[in-house]
Design a protein around this ligand. Sequence first.
Ligand SMILES: *Cc1c(COP(=O)(O)O)cnc(C)c1O
Length: 412
Amino acid sequence: MMTEENIQTFDLNRIREDFPTLSRKVYGKPLIYLDNGATSQKPQVVIDAIEHYYTFDNSNIHRGVHHLSQEATTQYEDARVTIQKYINAPTSEEVLFTAGTTGGINLVSYSFGELLSKGDEIIISAMEHHSNIVPWQMLCERKGCKLKVIPINEKGDLIISDFEKLLNEKTKLVSVTHISNTLGTINPIKHIIDSAHKVGAKVLIDGAQSVQHMSVDVQALDCDFYVFSGHKVFGPTGVGILYGKKDILDSMPPYQGGGDMIDRVTFQKTTYNVLPHKFEAGTPNISGGIALGSAINYLAKQDLDAIQKHEHELGVYATKELNKIEGMRIIGTSKEKTSVVSFVIEGLHPFDIGTLLDKQGVAVRTGHHCTQPLMDFFKIPGTVRASFAFYNTMAEIDVFIKALNRSINMLR
Ligand SMILES: *Cc1c(COP(=O)(O)O)cnc(C)c1O
């Protein structure tokens, strides 16, 4: 836990200086990076951590008796503890390094899935990312389980009364996103977790869009699994976290076999290593894990209340300015929203808008955002999505809106 004195006061200029990418230009224009939902930029401390590891400490972990290996192991395991504390996991053995959110969900769908049998039910929601849909469909095909979907309303809120009707004694797992990457909706996950537990189901929370925006306490939530990606929380790509409750992880068979995950191997029988190593076969992304620790340390030093207030203001201001544009339709109008604005403009294709914005230095995402069923629900092919991070400014939104108006005039 950070003490009060460790927290830096919110200073947007200083924060922006921490992120070298933010000062570059594209097509001769200052970069306005509004694609944080896809990936975040990296502060210098994260870049330095990767460089430092390969420059001075490079060696394999958990194996060597030699000095370098021990140093690398200590740094990697320290990062695990940093992350454990940040999400308030009870122990570091419940914090598994994965390749990312997708990696974590696939681990659970395969390994926890091995404990399921024909007729068991899994519940997801209509606003899930493909990586929280497809692994469950694959599991259902493999095991003969049934997939059920919590519907949403036009605002982009889950219909909770319908969720409660889907729950029964056959429900084994509920897997929902904390925050929608497309709509920005913040789901009432505490309520979902408590309801699911009443019928004995376990709950996985997809936190890919949460850790960068709010504090997450896995014990207070009482979720059984929580997953997120390093690269969306200012860390590197190719690394992520799966938190799981110890007794559940212990009951699950290993996901992948190989080095590091074993206790003793013979050709007759192999016994497995303890947590977390049981689920970490092979040489991991060592520099990635260490640098993710640096990213979380960086985040822990920020004034999260001030960040949330700032991000909220960015979202509200952008929404207000966007709504002045003729033919504007904002997709995702929940009262509980993070700083993501998805929209379509009558008669214009999102891709054309995105391309013209790019030429003016403004980076947004266009398309289905890996949520095709959600696009089908709203009967649209895709959206333009501006997703803000705490380093974005009100002035950047002004440039974005101006560039958007210019693009619309060119297309109309
Ligand atoms: C980005 C994202 C994912 C997938 O994350 P990867 O880093 O690509 O594994 C899953 N769910 C949500 C809500 C996301 O935003």
